[in-house]
Ligand binder design. Structure first.
Ligand code: ATP
Length: 267
């Protein structure tokens, strides 16, 4: 059932150091949370929507900001919430907000928010399920304004901001669309590689700048992260093969990722 599937909100384990680059977006998100969760009363509180290509770090930033502010995080994918039974999708949405209020202070993160509130255009589904979900969402956002004690901040993420219903994008609802731009320059790619490589042991010969220069410009954060994981896997396989072939004693030295492992994973 849906309530079990979304789980309990908890403080994530992702830190700013895990997020490479994206400085401007980080700052915008931090300022928005400061103003909306901890700002003065009477302010019309609004959420924000992060947009950018798949794997560019939207979820990562949202989790990191929750960790840094030590607030619980409740992540829901839009399509998960949709249910074919009449009224059930709205009920699911109501439960999400209820759960967040109980866990206050809490950030709700709606991934793929365009699936919940797609632009209905001229031939909208008046009175249909999408209309009811959008109005439920707007009424839940209004309820948050009226309760000063509960601190709930709402974030959405989408790859297609052009598909969002415009009624969502107003002050008091979602007033900021924050673009998460992928690192098209090698210095951003270096920062992302440094962030993902924090979790592995690197040989002294590793030069992440050189790797970043050799990477395709189009590579997303998720692809850069996969590059490092693949290289780490190569290092392990190589070590096992060396032990099996008698080239190495099982206790010899520590396993470290070398530049060669990284370069090989690149091509
Ligand atoms: P989607 O639209 O597919 O949901 P997303 O933008 O939410 O994608 P994330 O889930 O945040 O993408 O990123 C996927 C993974 O890629 C992260 O868990 C992380 O390992 C890596 N990653 C992405 N961007 C960065 C970054 N800027 N720094 C470090 N790692 C990154």
């Amino acid at each position: 059932n849906f309530a079990d599937a979304i789980g309990a909100p908890k403080i994530p384990n992702v830190f700013w150091d895990d997020v490479g680059g994206l400085e401007e977006a980080k700052q915008t998100v931090v300022e928005s949370i400061q103003a909306n969760m901890y700002g003065s009363q009477g302010l019309k509180r609004s959420g924000i929507i992060l947009h950018g290509a798949p794997g560019c770090g939207k979820t990562l930033i949202a989790k990191a900001v929750a960790t840094e502010f030590k607030v619980a995080f409740l992540s829901v994918k839009g399509p998960e919430l949709l249910n074919k039974y009449v009224g059930q999708s709205e009920e699911n949405l109501r439960k999400v907000f209820e759960r967040a209020r109980q866990a206050s202070p809490c950030i709700i993160f709606f991934d793929e928010i365009d699936s919940l509130a797609p632009n209905r255009g001229k031939n909208g589904d008046s009175g249909g399920v999408i209309d009811r979900i959008v109005s439920q969402l707007l009424s839940e956002l209004d309820k948050l304004h009226n309760s000063s004690k509960t601190k709930v901040f709402v974030m959405g993420a989408t790859n297609r901001p052009d598909l969002l219903d415009s009624s969502l994008l107003t002050p008091g609802r979602f007033d900021k669309l924050v673009e998460i731009t992928p690192g098209r320059d090698f210095s951003t790619r270096t920062k992302i590689l440094e962030a993902v490589a924090r979790k592995v042991r690197l040989h002294e010969d590793v030069d992440l700048t050189e790797i970043a220069k050799a990477c395709d410009e189009e590579m997303s954060g998720a692809q850069l992260s996969a590059l490092v994981s693949n290289a780490a896997m190569r290092a392990i396989i190589e070590r096992v093969q060396q032990i099996e072939s008698g080239q190495l004693q099982s206790k010899t030295g520590e396993l470290r990722l070398t530049q060669k492992h990284l370069l090989r994973s690149l091509h």
